[in-house]
Design a protein around this ligand. Structure first.
Ligand SMILES: Nc1ncnc2c1ncn2[C@@H]1O[C@H](COP(=O)(O)OP(=O)(O)OP(=O)(O)O)[C@@H](O)[C@H]1O
Ligand SMILES: [Mg+2]
Length: 332
């Protein structure tokens, strides 16, 4: 049973176009011209309860716009969304009680209030029972180490502290689904790790559904089994991260230790990228040659002591997809 259903979702923004220069400025006053930005185009997907899905795509792809429609902040131009049978923008109050939201770029907390007072306000707004509130607070304080700054006003927090406070705030009322828009942006490695561990824990132990947008592939690797990728508002891929790797991970590496000093160890179809003593590293593309073929060709000519095949890392794969626009023509 799907918990979140998105069907042929579209969002088009109308933006005023401005003419430049003096004459242009006069014309702008007289008549406004508009152009249309298709931020989200015909996106459909379904998410089950308890899933943790990564929503990826280059800058301007339409990720935040999708999240805003899912949270009920924006109304779609066309298409449908239901989150557990609720239409987000139509039943906003009901929806808000069931979801948690973190926008990494800005805080949901009260700027001048100490963290703990923000939490108290949220308890009041969401009507969280006292014992439940205490239980949650204790859990989040432990997992996110909030204690050291819980009396500090939000405006004085460091970025990493603020993000931890925002995450806790988003979860205090036991939401069923949490939308995270770049929750690790600008954080150091330790802070990122703490936040990832926290998300994983809440997803696995409390069964909370998460949708996560990020440009940090560490987040994806650590957290998401399923990824959706969009570009120019269109959904281009939806499946396991491993499948994305298998389909689009291009360049693999083979590291070989030879038994002897060979004059020329080059092999057609594989590029030598490093040579150190008797150790040589080749780079080869999945499309051109299989690993076993390459190893076979080498073994026919040389004596090999040891070898390791390295799969392309996720970062390279995704860069390759963005740069080459590999996926975009498939759906056009
Ligand atoms: N309120 C708005 N009015 C006009 N255009 C908008 C508005 N909000 C977003 N857009 C446009 O819609 C497109 C998608 O923007 P969106 O913020 O969803 O991208 P994103 O995938 O979140 O990108 P990023 O990774 O940079 O955060 C962009 O071209 C953006 O300029
Ligand atoms: Mg965004």
């Amino acid at each position: 049973m799907s918990f979140i259903k998105v069907d042929q979702l579209c969002k088009t923004f109308k933006v005023a176009t401005h003419k430049r220069g003096f004459v242009g400025a006069i014309r702008n006053l007289a008549s406004r011209q508009h152009s249309l930005v298709k931020a989200v185009q015909d996106i459909s997907f379904q998410i089950k309860r308890g899933e943790l899905v990564g929503y990826l795509g280059p800058n301007g792809a339409g990720k935040s716009t999708t999240i805003k429609m899912l949270t009920g902040i924006l109304v779609p131009s066309s298409g449908q969304i239901t989150v557990g049978n609720i239409i987000p923008w139509e039943q906003r109050n009901q929806h808000t009680r069931r979801i948690g939201v973190v926008f990494g770029q800005r805080t949901n907390l009260w700027w001048d209030l100490p963290v703990i007072e923000s939490f108290d306000l949220l308890k009041y707004i969401y009507n969280v029972p006292e014992d439940r509130f205490k239980q949650n607070l204790k859990k989040f304080e432990d997992l996110l180490e909030l204690g050291e700054f819980s009396n500090t006003p939000v405006r004085s927090l460091s970025l990493g502290q603020r993000m931890r406070a925002d995450l806790a705030a988003a979860l205090l009322h036991d939401p069923e689904v949490v939308f995270l828009d770049e929750p690790t942006i600008g954080l150091d490695v330790v802070a990122k790790d703490r936040i990832r561990t926290f998300i994983k824990e809440i997803n696995q132990n409390a069964g909370v559904t998460f949708i996560l947008t990020t440009h940090d592939l560490g987040d994806v690797q650590k957290l998401c089994r399923r990824v959706m990728m969009i570009d120019h508002g269109k959904l281009l891929f939806d499946g396991p991260l491993q499948e994305l790797q298998d389909r689009f991970g291009q360049e693999r590496e083979l590291e070989v230790d030879f038994a002897d000093d060979y004059e020329d160890v080059s092999i057609p179809g594989a590029k030598i990228i490093q040579q150190q003593g008797r150790q040589t590293t080749y780079r080869f593309s999945r499309e051109q040659m299989s690993a076993s073929k390459l190893i076979q060709s080498l073994a026919e000519k040389f004596q090999i002591i040891d070898l390791t095949v390295r799969e392309p890392d996720v970062e390279n794969t995704i860069r390759h997809i963005y740069e080459k626009k590999l996926l975009s023509h498939q759906n056009d």
